[in-house]
Design a protein around this ligand. Structure first.
Ligand code: PRP
Ligand code: URA
Ligand code: MG
Length: 218
């Protein structure tokens, strides 16, 4: 299968260029070793971060160039921060740092129960002024959507505006996108691909296995 096209407001699927399909072919391959898995995942993460930045509002500005020539440019409006859903989401922090110098990063530790796939919240540590920021929520996998929805609840409880959350995600299942989007229609989901379905263990099919294990352990 190839990725499922999505035509929903606030669901942004990266253009399925040959380059992107090539990157996914490497990280999906079960024989890919950890070094390559990390390297090529990082390249996809960078593309997701760049697309997230594309979505931020700008104001028009006029620049004086050399020779006093004028350039009609754009200036970013607003402040951002990152929030990763530990563990796998931490893999996306460096990609954000590479684009946004000294960006603040918060953490929410949510783990899916291995038997039931239900998420459990263990810990959160977020920037004090998070309610004034655009938040790049980072988690590579959107399966049932339970973990991401729990993380959004934490952000909303801290005063973050729903329309200022951008959820960056490497791979999603249709079930997860539907559930997430129905609950939080104003959150922008930026994903690199939408797969076919979930299996009986709530893993994405065809998917890429356990992202956290492949990035950090195996
Ligand atoms: C994985 C993944 C997401 C979550 C997605 O994390 O990183 O956080 O599952 O599943 P969901 O959409 O059904 O909630 P997991 O809890 O397995 O731990 P990890 O991040 O430590 O790998
Ligand atoms: N977490 C993963 O790492 N992969 C899946 O397919 C689902 C949840
Ligand atoms: Mg996780």
């Amino acid at each position: 299968m190839s990725t499922i096209p999505y035509n929903k407001k606030n669901v942004i699927v990266l253009p399925q260029t040959n380059q992107l399909r090539g990157l996914y072919s490497i990280i999906r391959d079960q024989s890919t070793k950890r070094g390559d898995f990390v390297f090529y995942s990082d390249r996809i993460i960078r593309l997701l971060v760049e697309e997230g930045l594309n979505q931020l509002p700008v104001e028009e500005t006029t620049i004086k160039c050399y020779g006093d020539h004028e350039y009609q440019g754009a200036k970013f409006l607003g402040k951002i921060c990152g929030v990763s859903i530990v563990r796998a989401g931490e893999s996306m922090e460096q990609g954000l740092r590479d684009c946004c110098r000294s960006v603040r990063i918060g953490k929410i530790l949510i783990q899916r129960d291995e038997e039931t796939a239900m998420p459990k919240l263990y810990y959160e540590k977020l920037p004090e002024d998070i309610s004034e920021r655009y938040v790049f929520l980072l988690d590579p996998m959107l399966a049932t959507g339970g973990s991401a929805m729990m993380a959004v609840e934490v952000l909303l409880s801290r005063g973050v505006r729903m329309d200022r959350i951008l959820f960056l995600n490497i791979l999603a299942a249709p079930e997860g996108i539907e559930a997430f989007h129905a609950s939080y229609p104003d959150v922008k989901i930026i994903t690199g691909g939408v797969d076919e379905k979930l299996d009986e263990n709530k893993y994405i099919v065809p998917g890429l296995g356990d992202f956290g294990d492949r990035y950090y352990c195996v």
